[in-house]
Design a protein around this ligand. Structure first.
Ligand code: F0G
Length: 372
């Protein structure tokens, strides 16, 4: 069998590409679905929790799934430059895929509110990095205005090809489990990802969703083997300081330690609501303290390091388990959207400092002795 060549190759029959489409790929997708072994018991959950570790994509987040499609289509349509607003991960992916395609990338990021690893990526891949004195929502408005006037393709998730690529995560979960989980939980920021997950589950199980209208008729896939298979209940978790879905409308000055989801005016508002309503799910919010505690718990009990925004899915899950809203005996999949290495500052700030000792056996042995 040929080696894995990325999700467009893998799912080309379910994506809007033709034989002549010039595929821009970094072999994204095919991420591991890891069963948690110790954490479920620790949080009092009598069921299975599996994490879809999207932090293991080429640029360290799920954005690569959407970006391979968006950049591929931009190239096919003759664009020579792309633009996006970003809290960090989209800009890292846009910069990398633009480099891969030989295109120019422009990324608008909120000044001072982007994790260091993501900024390093955008800079290293040669993007034109534009720090605005505003937040993500300001940037989103600006890139829409600019891309309407200038020859640059917009690659935020308002670009329908982004969600087309991102829906493939649901295909992978279905293949790995042989069926849908009972619940699928994930963090919600601009709300494209929860919409894409739901679109993927609906397509693969041959069922209609309001989100189907979004894929411009590129929704041909109805796998016979999966017809009538159940879909998961979708749970969307937000950071409390940045929770428009809990407030019922846009939030003007969103704040959270989970900077990736520091978004007050999500673009995929109605699609995300459709996902939650059609699946009989709900939205919930988590405090920054709950998010950081979940991130640390996962890192320490399971050896999996995700960024704070990603840990929001676990923080919400832990809360809903405690409130008895998630049924015992069920199987839950949590998408871990980005790698912990993206945000080293936040990780170091909440961890124990290194022990400083002389470079001699005696003091080192003494220190180790205290832990044995
Ligand atoms: N988790 C991470 C790590 C993210 O980077 C994002 C979004 C989300 C969750 C939320 O996903 O927006 O589809 O609801 N990051 C975008 C960015 C906004 O610019 O990188 P969503």
């Amino acid at each position: 069998m040929a080696h894995y060549q990325g999700l467009i190759h893998r799912y080309r029959d379910r994506l809007p590409v033709s034989e002549n489409t010039p595929i821009v790929s970094l072999n994204e997708g095919n991420t591991p679905l890891i069963e948690l072994q110790r954490l479920p018991r620790q949080v009092g959950f009598d069921g299975r929790i599996l994490v879809k570790f999207e932090g293991l994509n080429p640029t360290g987040s799920f954005k690569d799934r959407g970006m391979t499609m968006a950049v591929t289509k931009a190239l096919e349509e003759g664009s020579r430059a792309i633009i996006c607003a970003s809290t960090g991960n989209t800009s890292a992916a846009a910069a990398a895929y633009a480099a891969r395609a030989g295109m120019t990338s422009f990324v608008l990021i909120p000044e001072g509110k982007i994790a260091l690893g993501k900024l390093a990526q955008a800079m290293m891949h040669g993007a034109v990095v534009i720090q605005i004195q505003g937040n993500f929502d300001d940037g989103m408005r600006l890139v829409q205005e600019i891309s309407a006037d200038m020859p640059v393709a917009l690659v935020n998730s308002v670009n329908p090809y982004r969600l087309q690529g991102q829906k493939t995560v649901a295909f992978e979960v279905l293949e790995a489990l042989g069926q849908a989980p009972d619940y699928h939980v994930l963090p919600v920021g601009n709300a494209g990802n929860i919409s894409a997950h739901w679109m993927g589950y609906c397509e693969a199980t041959g069922q209609q969703t309001a989100a189907c209208g979004y894929c411009n008729g590129h929704c041909p896939y109805h796998a016979e083997s999966l017809q009538g298979v159940k879909r998961p209940i979708m749970l969307g978790y937000q950071a409390a300081g940045s929770a428009p879905f809990l407030r019922g409308g846009p939030v003007s000055s969103p704040e959270t330690v989970a900077t990736a989801i520091r978004i007050g005016n999500p673009m995929s508002w109605s699609l995300a609501w459709a996902a939650v309503k059609e699946s009989a799910g709900w939205f919930e919010e988590c405090t920054d303290a709950e998010i950081l505690a979940a991130q640390a718990l996962l890192a320490r009990t399971e050896g999996i390091f995700c960024e704070p925004s990603s840990a929001t899915s676990l923080a919400g899950l832990i809360k809903d388990v405690a409130r008895g809203k998630i049924k015992a005996g069920s199987t839950v999949v949590a998408t871990l959207t980005g790698h912990g290495l993206k945000d080293p500052d936040t990780a170091i700030a909440q961890s124990q400092r290194p022990h400083i000792v002389a470079a001699e056996k005696g003091p080192i042995a003494e220190l180790i002795g205290k832990f044995l």
